[in-house]
Design a protein around this ligand. Sequence first.
Ligand SMILES: *Cc1c(COP(=O)(O)O)cnc(C)c1O
Length: 366
Amino acid sequence: MSGAGGPAAARVAATIRPDIQALAAYPVGDAQDGIKLDAMENPYSLPADVRDDIAAAARDAALNRYPAARHDALDAAIRGAFGVPADAALLYGNGSDELIHLIVQACCAPGDVVLAPVPSFVIFEMAARFHHAHFVGVPLTAGFELDLPATLAAIHAHRPKVVFLAVPNNPTGGRWPDEAIEAVRAATPGLLVIDEAYQPFSDGTWMPRAAQLPNTVVLRTVSKIGLAGLRFGYLAGPTPWIAEIDKLRPPYNVDVLTEAVMLAVLKHKPVLDEQAARLRASRAELAAALAKLPGLTVFPSSANFLLVRFSGKMGANAVHRALKTRKIWVRGFPGGDPALADCLRISLGTPDEHAALLAALRDILA
Ligand SMILES: *Cc1c(COP(=O)(O)O)cnc(C)c1O
């Protein structure tokens, strides 16, 4: 391997796409020990009986074989656990991230438009860039609400192939009203992707209509409900859409172990539901406690995190650094969307973690 500026650098500069060279890599948090509230993970681990079932399933998995073409048992388990309608087709991904890429690849020729509100999930924009599509971001309002008139105007002006709506939205936490989503859907000439990564912490879902709307698919992940390490997401929608997007899927993208573990865990779905309910129940209390701190604004959240704006003496970056020195890891947005410059995103944790966070913030802001 040659270092920076070594013999490889000139070849890289001449060969790697200039737009890729100009990109910054997706920021994966570097938290190690301490209190990890930066990535919307479920802080609760799985109970021993569930782990035993996972161990047995892994032991019996046929690792010498490629994953099967059909996933009938998994399909039935996913439909039952997550309310996917019988007439919706399903597609699985190595995380829902992979499905976002496949959707853009399937829909967009170079220069076609991908549209989403901003700030939202950065992978929407990255997927567009990677696949030579043109990303149009429609700014949210100052209060981080969907700007429906601006969104509709941008759809009419840019005729996007794909519109992504994260519902609830990451990193702001809000849930767009169903009437607004319906207006976006009706105006969308291509495909509307409703990304429900945070649906388990929210009221309402578009999943019951996943087969009925001619231009809409519903995207979900198990990452935020306790299985972020597994890498499994699913897309539900009308068969004609799913059949086309499936053509781009790497044939064995969901591996034998992931399928076996999913099946084992879904037999214990109430455990996941109970953990999500516990997190959700703790949200209002943490939000209220944070809002009492000087200079903090907490945005309404329907997800397992809170977006907080710091407008007091200490800015978000300084608070972020001070939390890091106490080994409390939250997400900051340096160099990101300017609308988030004075914000931190705090994932929900255990009651003890919330107490430690609040104590640290009181100390830092004093
Ligand atoms: C976390 C997140 C995902 C990605 O989930 P994975 O399944 O872990 O790839 C998708 N969409 C949104 C809005 C997210 O916040």
